[in-house]
Design a protein. Structure first.
Length: 476
């Protein structure tokens, strides 16, 4: 049949010619003529009559962007389906209620600010998620969690852009000590969030259930699945059995994904944020003050602190065994020499603690016996330490203490130079596990390392490792 080779534009042209030739023919008579039995013959006949006046267009040669012919749905349900990739973007009244909220003028101004901040944070999330194997669109979850604020702290103590609780953060190898809280580090926290979400997805087989567990924990999701009795449960099937906050959490995420996916249709444009978009990363192996780095680069110290929100005392506590990441503005050649000196010379005037993790040292330790009416905050102020320090040193899961309880407190030891640990000729490095890595692969990449030595250095009982984990590797 000749009809099979005719493009949509050719058929359309034929019909237009047919209507032009037969101006007096009514639609009804045309319909009678083009019956199921003779429509093909009729079109082919018209093609013969009008071939000289039809210009056949080769779309792939004429148009650079065939996507111009894609029709974006107008309904929210259709748009969500059009936007959907790996994560199910279900449409229902719960999702619509959040879209209504996000569509208000006040909230659209908020989303414009989020898009501005996203120009800095989203590329970080996208790179980490692609490496670990987590869907790109889950980056929007960080807006629901923290409004992209690395210093956000919930009423329960969840901290950072991905809102990690202390115990979960330690489980996913985020460092928390007197100098640093990696929950506030956008890069480190993104690796931990991606590792958690991938673990949850592998357990539940559904990204929405993985996202729900990020809010309420895997245990609550498992209990909800059990109570629902569903043989093949999804989020909506177990939603009635989840905590109220989680029932709202997933619809909020879907609505957020919709609003940012169709921000132009809602009049939302990014507002420029006070963030440098061009940055560089260096790994620091010494104790380095941020103000010294700022002076070397001839910029305000606040710029360095904004790019490195995890450092609690304005000091990068790097060691050869555990180098620390430092994010810098794009470095100009004129400042190379000064920056080199700032990163490699010992701190001569800074007062720093003698150990990078006091919780593993017996030096300068004192014991405080809790008295009636005392709180961790009051004790922390008394010894000029932080509440987080006290919790780390004493393995406290909460801020609750009782009279008579004994707490270990590590007082800072002042030194006129950097610590001995800093100057030691270390033979260990840290390695962040990537998707697909095995202990054998990692050992082969690092001279002198072996599977057994890596397991021993990291307290691993099996060969199982997960993306996002940080491993200490002894080198020779």
């Amino acid at each position: 049949m000749r009809l099979k080779g005719i493009s949509a534009i050719a058929v359309s042209s034929i019909l237009c010619v047919q209507l032009a030739v037969s101006k007096t023919t009514s639609l009804d008579s045309l319909s009678d003529t083009l019956t199921e039995n003779n429509i093909t013959d009729h079109i082919n006949a018209q093609l013969d009559l009008t071939a000289d006046s039809i210009n056949f267009v080769h779309l792939e040669e004429t148009f650079d962007h065939p996507s111009l012919f894609q029709i974006v749905p107008t309904s929210i349900k259709g748009r969500l389906a059009y936007l959907q990739k790996a994560v199910p973007l279900t449409y229902n009244t719960q999702v619509q209620s959040y879209i209504d909220t996000y569509s208000t003028d006040r909230y659209k101004r908020h989303l414009s600010r989020m898009m501005g901040l996203g120009q800095y944070y989203f590329p970080i999330y996208e790179q980490v998620f692609a490496e670990i194997g987590v869907p790109d669109e889950i980056k929007y979850l960080s807006i629901v969690e923290s409004a992209l604020n690395p210093h956000a702290v919930s009423r329960m103590g969840a901290t950072g852009p991905w809102q990690f609780m202390f115990a979960t953060a330690r489980m996913y190898d985020l460092a928390i000590d007197s100098y640093i809280d990696e929950r506030k580090d956008p890069v480190a926290a993104s690796y931990a969030a991606a590792a958690y979400l991938l673990d949850a997805y592998n357990e539940f087989g559904d990204w929405l259930l993985a996202i729900a567990s990020y809010n309420c924990g895997k245990g609550n999701v498992l209990r909800a699945i059990h109570r629902s009795g569903a043989s093949n449960p999804d989020f909506w099937a177990i939603s009635p059995y989840l905590p109220k906050e989680t029932r709202n959490y997933v619809p909020a995420f879907i609505a957020m994904t919709y609003m940012l996916g169709y921000h132009e249709e809602h009049g939302i444009e990014p507002v420029e944020a006070d963030m440098l978009l061009k940055t560089e990363t260096v790994w620091v192996q010494k104790f380095v003050p941020l103000n010294g780095v700022a002076q070397a680069l001839d910029i305000d110290e606040g710029v360095i602190k904004t790019l490195n929100p995890a450092y609690k005392r304005g000091i990068v506590n790097g060691t050869p065994e555990m180098p620390k990441r430092l994010i810098l503005p794009e470095v100009q050649p004129a400042t190379f020499s000064a920056l080199y000196v700032a990163l490699n010379n010992p701190m001569e005037n800074a007062k720093v603690m003698n150990v990078s993790n006091p919780s593993h040292s017996g030096q300068n330790a004192t014991t405080h016996r809790v008295r009636k009416g005392e709180t961790l905050g009051k004790i922390a102020n008394q010894y000029r330490v932080t509440v987080q320090d006290l919790r780390v040193w004493n393995n406290l899961k909460k801020n609750t203490i009782v009279p008579g309880q004994r707490l270990s407190v590590f007082k800072p030891e002042v030194s006129s130079t950097s610590s001995k640990t800093t100057n030691s000729s270390a033979s260990q490095i840290s390695y962040r596990v990537k998707k697909g890595d095995t202990l054998s692969d990692i050992a082969q990449k690092h001279r002198g390392a072996s599977v057994s030595s890596i397991k021993a250095a990291n307290g691993l009982k099996s060969n199982s490792i997960k993306p996002g984990m940080t491993l200490r590797i002894a080198m020779k």
